[in-house]
Structure formats: C-alpha cells, structure tokens
Ligand binder design. Sequence first.
Ligand SMILES: Cc1cc2nc3c(=O)[nH]c(=O)nc-3n(C[C@H](O)[C@H](O)[C@H](O)COP(=O)(O)OP(=O)(O)OC[C@H]3O[C@@H](n4cnc5c(N)ncnc54)[C@H](O)[C@@H]3O)c2cc1C
Length: 502
Amino acid sequence: MPARHGADVLHRLREHPAEIWHRGEKVKDVTTHPGFKNGVHSLAALYDLQWEHPQEMLFTSPDTGDKVGRSCMIPHTKDELKSVTRMMKRWADFSMGMMGRSPDYLNRAMSAYAGGADFLGEQDPRFAENVRRYHQHIRENDLCLTHTLIHPQANRGTGVANQADPFLGARVKEERDDGIVIRGARMLATLPAADEIMVFPSTLLTSNPDDAPYAFGFAIPCATHGLKFLCRETVDYGRSVYDHPLSARFEEQDAVVLFDDVFVPWERVFLYRDVDRCNRAYAATGAVMHMSHQVVVKNIAKTEFLLGLASLMVDAIGVEKFQHIHEKVADIWVTLESLKAFLRAAEEDAALDAYGVMRPAWNPLDAARNFFPKTYGRLVQIIQQLGASGLVSMPTEADVTGPLADDIKRYFQSARAEAHERIPLFRLAWDASLSAFATRQVLYEYYFFGDPVRMSSALFNAHDRKPYMDTVREFLARAKDEAQAPDPHKGEESLIETSMRI
Ligand SMILES: Cc1cc2nc3c(=O)[nH]c(=O)nc-3n(C[C@H](O)[C@H](O)[C@H](O)COP(=O)(O)OP(=O)(O)OC[C@H]3O[C@@H](n4cnc5c(N)ncnc54)[C@H](O)[C@@H]3O)c2cc1C
C-alpha cells in the first residue's frame, strides 16, 4: 500500500480503537474527543504533508515499488541519510518541533532494528525474520507507533524484579506455543492514539535471573485485547487556536500502559529473556543513533522557532537596545548553531555499520542528547524573561472581539506592532513558555530520551578520554623536563638587571 493520507490515518484510528482512558472515562473515538482530536488531526496532517512533498518525503518501496514514507528508509549511503534528515525536518517544522512523536521518531528506531536484525537473530533466527517482517509491515502500511520502555515509578531504590508486587512492572506471565502473555504496567507512552506500540527494554536489567521475565521486545497493535492506556489530564482545553496556538494543535498525550494478560504472538517478538542482549540492543542495532538523529533534527526546528519567536517579541516591544537582551537572544542562536553542528558532524562522519547500514556518527549525537535536555528549560526561561508581564496580560479572543475591543486596540499596541499583531504573538509566547502545554514540553525535553543524570554517567563511562589525559600527562612531563634542563638564558637576566641599574 502506498503512503497514507491524513484521512486514512483518522479512518484507521476509528476502525481500530485502542482502550484509552481519560479522566475516568473510556474514550470512544480519539478523532472526535475534545482532549485528543486536535492532536490527532495534526498527526493526520503530517501524513498529508508527505503527499505535498512526495519527492522529499517518500521513496520507492524495495518490495512493492509503491511510494512509501522515507521515515522507514534503511540508509546505505550518506546521501540517503541526508535525505532522511530533510524529510524529518519537514515534519518537525510543521509543529515547530512541538510534536516529539511525529511518526519518524519510532520509524527510525524500527528501521534500525530491521537493518541490524542479525543482532537479534543471534539469539534466535526467527527474531531477525520477525523484525524484518514487522518493519516491512509498518513501512507498507505507513503505520504510526508509540512505545513504552520504563517500569512504574514505585521504588527506584531497587530493580523491577524486587518490587513489592512482582507483576507491577510488565513481565511474562505465561509462555505458550503460539506466543507469550504479559501482565503488569509500563510507564510511559507518549501518543497513545497510535496504530501500534513497541514494548522494548530500556532501563538496564541486571544479570540476576529474576530479571529475565522483564526482558523482552515486541510490537503489537494498540487495539489489542487487554491493553489499556491510562492518560494524564489533557493540556488541550478545547480553546481556539487564537487563544492556545500550540495546545489547541499539538497535544500528543502521555499514558501509563497497562497489560491485562495481553497475548503477544511469537511472530511479533524480537527479543526474549536474554537480559544482556536486551541491554545492548539499542546500541548494537544502531537504534539509539537513528533515534537521536531524529531528535536533533526536531530540536533544530524547535530552537529555530524559539529564535524567531524571541526576535519578534524583542522587535514588537522595542527592547533591542538593551545588552542583556542581546545576550539572551545570542544564547538561543548559539544553541541552534551547536545543534546544527552536531547534526552536520553526525552526517559527515556517518559510516556503514556491521550490518551495512549508514549509521550517523554517535559522538556528536551523544553530545547533542546530553546538551539539549539541560538547555531547553533555559531557552523557555528566556522567552519568559523577554515577555515579562506581557505574557500574563494578553486578552483572549473573546476579549478582542468583545465590548472592550476599542480599549484593547488602544492599550495593547506596542513599539512596532498593532494590538492585533502583538496579541497573537504574545499568546504564542505564553503557550511556548508558561501554559500547561509549555511546562509539559519542558519536562518532556528533560526526560523523554532518558534521565539526563544517567545519560551523563553513560557518556562518562563510554567515551575514551585517555588521549586527552595523555596530552596533559605529556604537558606535565614537558614542564618537569623544562624545569630540570639548564637554562640557556641564565646570566642574561642579571646582565639586563645590571644594565638597567646602570
Ligand atoms: C513527558 C514525558 C514523556 C515521555 N514519553 C515516553 C515514551 O513515550 N515512552 C517511554 O518509554 N518513556 C517515556 N518517558 C519516560 C522517560 O523515559 C523517563 O522519564 C526517564 O527515563 C526517567 O525515568 P523516570 O521518569 O522513571 O524517572 P525516575 O527513574 O523515577 O527518577 C526520578 C528521580 O530519581 C533520580 N534517579 C532515579 N534512579 C536513579 C539512578 N539509578 N541514578 C541516579 N538518579 C536516579 C532521577 O535522576 C530523578 O531525579 C517520558 C517522560 C516524560 C516526562
């Protein structure tokens, strides 16, 4: 089947409703529910965008010859990798980087798993076949995935196997001839209104045999019997895009995933009970590199948006002469150029991996994934500091069209913007920096790719710093040698001193 249009996406979600719960109610139809419909329609719009830019966003399926989504491409050359970048940027720009779960994020993961399928096949050749077939399935049907990796936050002082209830974290309850049965919970899955869910390992398991029942990787339809998504309260309050320009468009939702004896057929299992393989899977297959590639492209779009927003705010209220304003806008610019440099390095230093897949270089991507979570909150704070009280004194659409319209026109003008220009701009700044949507974005950027604290430790332990230590050792030795060597200028100094005294 060729790539989908938005209408196909909505149709499928209506035809295959997952069990999604929101504020105590089962959501009948995510395409019409007030808390979901806007985000779901934005998701659908991404699919229409593919057909508006088919050259850039689609490619010819190696199996069927159909035009399919480029987000599912397994790149073999740098040019192909860069073509994926351009495709991802187009999607990221659509939401100003606010849709972290545009489908390319997990399509890149599954493409990497399929490319590196042999790694999974080392445990059982069927797992390699399964993942290749699954990748083909999502590519040919142009499906959208969510995923869940981590165990519930009950007692982080001990591992998942040692929680008070052994079925708190999702685990294998039963192994059958035709598949496995899963019981327990996982947290968290952004975009529960997806077609399928990847349930993969993330938090490192120990070699303790008790951890084996928690070690698996599989993917199933979201509309699978016994699978439930318990959502947080929506941040889309059903207001107009004038009032809530981001919240009313890009609410993706986050949900805890409950497995109430969910059956997973063997053909959908890719990793099973092999703790060590689960722990190594993301790196060995290249999935973490290809996902990070998508993330840095999305973050470039997000930072470009913040740079444009900040610049318009500065211009509107005429604060461009103040030095600290320059510094703040410069900080956003430096962030943007840093991300672009990381991306370029990741593309230029990309190399074929052991499976013949063009893998973006890890070092710049690892730097990017450690850099941005700690930077994004600061960028949002800059928007707050530029806007100041302007962010909390913006009239709503009802005010602008209500009895006080003339007052608003008069009192909300600014240096270089009439009220009708300034108000939407500052409402956008509010939704990017202060609203529930905005603060959820800050939490998202800080955590969604993993705990930055533990990512720093991973970086500390993984990267070779010996060459730099050697450089310093050599310098210290050089300084010592120089100190011990006879001074060829000895005597000159006293001569100079003497001559000066004369
Ligand atoms: C908005 C949002 C969306 C997300 N979407 C998804 C998704 O779609 N799919 C998915 O799988 N996950 C998702 N996540 C989850 C994300 O992977 C986790 O938030 C992240 O891995 C951190 O885990 P945690 O939230 O359980 O924090 P915890 O592990 O509970 O940590 C809580 C605090 O304790 C500290 N801490 C805990 N253990 C340690 C340790 N061993 N060493 C040092 N410090 C420790 C942490 O640093 C932190 O300060 C999302 C998270 C957010 C916030």
